[in-house]
Design a protein around this ligand. Structure first.
Ligand SMILES: Nc1ncnc2c1ncn2[C@@H]1O[C@H](COP(=O)(O)OP(=O)(O)OP(=O)(O)O)[C@@H](O)[C@H]1O
Length: 308
C-alpha cells in the first residue's frame, strides 16, 4: 500500500525508554475505514505504539506517518481523535457544555447533537461532568475524541476500568462510529473485544508484531486441536504418552489433551480408556493462539492478564 493511501503507517519503528525496548521494529499499515485492535499482554508495547501514532512519543528509529503527515501535524490539523488511558473531564460543566466547548476548538466540528446521539450521551447532556459513572465518563471522552470529526480515532484501552454493562454500551457506541467509515485503532488486552469489534487484530508481544490478521487467520496460525473427555481418576502421565498428544491438563473430572495429531490420539484414547465419555475435539481458539504467539522471547502473559 503506498504511504499516502494508508491512514497509519509504521515502518521499522523502534522506541526505547532507557534500557527498556518498548517497540522493536514494528511494521504496520492501516487502511482507511479499518477497525484494528492492538492486542497484547501487559508491557507488549501497545501504549507506546499509540503514543507514537498520536505524536506523544517520537521513534528512535524508523518512521511513523499518519494520514500522510507527521503524527503531530495530523493531530494539530484536527484529523486525529485520541482517547488515552487516563484523563479527567473538566469539572462543573454539563456534558453538553463540555462537548460544545471542545467542538468550538475545531475548524469543522461534527454537529454536537449528532455526536451526543452517536455516543449515547444525549441523555446525559444536562448532567454535571462530576456526576457520571465510569462507563458514562468513557462515552463522554469518546464524544470529545469524535467531535472534531477526525478521520482517525485512536483509543488506548477505552474499556479497561469498566464493568460488563459499561463495556457493552461503549462498544455499541464505537461500532456506530466505525460503521460511519472512520478508521479506528484501539488497544486492548481483552481477547473477546478484539475478536468482536475489530476487522483485524495486530498481536503485539515484547514490542514486536507477533501476528497480524483477522481473528480467524490468527486462530488458523495455531493448527493444533485439543480433545476433552470426562475420565475420572485418569493418570495424566499415561495420557501424555498417547500418540499425537503434546500436553495434558486436568479440569475436575475431565482431561484436556493438547494434540499434534488429534485423530491418532482419539483412536488410542478410546481404545485404552473405554470409559471415557463426553468426548469433544476442538480447534485451537483465539485464546490458545494468543498464548502460543505471545510466548517465546516475549514476556509470557499470565492467565489473569489474558482475561478472555
Ligand atoms: N515512560 C516510560 N518509561 C519507562 N518505561 C516505559 C515507559 N512507558 C512504557 N515503558 C515500558 O515499555 C514497555 C512497553 O510498555 P507499554 O505501556 O507500551 O505496553 P502496553 O502493551 O501498553 O502494556 P499495558 O497493557 O500494561 O498498558 C514496558 O516494559 C513498559 O514498562
Amino acid at each position: 500500500m503506498p504511504t499516502a493511501d494508508a491512514s497509519v503507517r509504521l515502518s521499522d519503528v523502534h522506541k526505547a525508554y532507557g534500557t527498556v525496548q518498548a517497540v522493536r521494529g514494528v511494521d504496520l499499515a492501516i487502511r482507511p475505514g479499518e477497525t484494528v485492535a492492538l492486542l497484547g499482554p501487559n508491557g507488549a508495547g501497545k501504549s507506546t505504539t499509540i503514543d507514537l501514532v498520536l505524536g506523544l512519543a517520537r521513534p528512535d528509529a524508523g518512521q511513523v506517518r499518519v494520514l500522510g503527515e507527521q503524527p503531530d501535524d495530523a493531530v494539530r490539523n484536527g484529523r486525529v481523535g485520541g482517547m488515552l488511558q487516563t484523563g479527567t473531564l473538566i469539572e462543573h460543566l454539563t456534558v453538553g457544555e463540555l462537548v460544545r466547548m471542545v467542538a468550538s476548538l475545531y475548524p469543522r466540528p461534527r454537529p454536537v447533537d449528532e455526536v451526543l446521539e452517536l455516543t449515547a450521551t444525549a441523555p446525559l447532556a444536562g448532567r454535571d461532568t462530576t456526576k457520571l459513572s465510569g462507563g458514562q465518563t468513557q462515552r463522554v471522552r469518546f464524544a470529545l475524541a469524535l467531535v472534531g470529526d477526525p478521520d482517525l480515532l485512536v483509543l488506548d484501552e477505552p474499556t479497561a476500568a469498566l464493568d460488563v454493562e459499561g463495556r457493552r454500551d461503549f462498544w455499541s457506541a464505537m461500532r456506530a462510529v466505525a460503521g460511519s467509515g472512520k478508521t479506528v485503532v484501539f488497544a486492548t488486552h481483552y481477547l473477546e473485544e478484539a475478536d468482536a469489534y475489530a476487522d483485524r487484530i495486530v498481536l503485539l508481544a515484547g514490542g514486536r508484531v507477533a501476528a497480524d490478521g483477522t481473528a480467524n487467520e490468527i486462530r488458523a496460525r495455531v493448527g493444533g486441536r485439543s480433545i476433552r473427555a470426562t475420565l475420572p481418576g485418569a493418570d495424566l502421565a499415561a495420557l501424555r504418552e498417547l500418540p499425537g498428544v503434546s500436553s495434558v491438563d486436568r479440569r475436575g473430572d475431565a482431561v484436556v489433551l493438547a494434540c499434534t495429531d488429534s485423530d491418532a490420539a482419539l483412536r488410542r484414547l478410546l481404545d485404552r480408556y473405554p470409559t471415557a465419555r463426553d468426548v469433544e475435539v476442538r480447534s485451537a481458539g483465539l485464546e490458545e493462539a494468543f498464548l502460543e504467539l505471545t510466548t517465546g522471547d516475549a514476556v509470557a502473559p499470565s492467565m489473569d492478564e489474558v482475561r478472555p
